[in-house]
Write a protein that binds this ligand. Sequence first.
Ligand code: FES
Length: 163
Amino acid sequence: MLEKSELFSQEIIKKLQAWELRYPKDQKRSVILPGLHVLQDEHGGFLTTELMDKLALYLDVPAPSVYEVATFYSMYDLEKVGRHKLNVCTNVSCMLNGAKKIVSHIEDKLGIKAGETTEDGRITLRSVECQGACCGAPMLEVDKVFYENLTIEKVDQIIDSLE
Ligand code: FES
């Protein structure tokens, strides 16, 4: 069996250790959520079964405990994604403030539907549930940065500025 130090790079292990320090030693499951973020960020924005299994080994928790977190939250991707992730909230406040129009505009602009990735691998577009930024509806999250009070012009500027 692999030693903990052989599971991930030193850089990843340092980041995981920083999270481990935030929780009681007997509460390793608490590190699953931030640990998955660390691994996803270091792996082109998506997780694989191998990475989840390694995290389970690293934290000494059952693999299904890691799978259930990774499959429950929409912030984790289990398939290859674009270099940029665009998440448009289409929940109530955002919907009432024009989110559907924004999704349609982005779909037309990029030539994809929500849930898809552009052919060049540049952008993955998704329509997501409430992101807790209802006061700034309609909103869009791009690579973990929130943009609020969107207009079509603002959306165009944001997308055009992405590499
Ligand atoms: S409904 Fe869109 S952020 Fe809450």
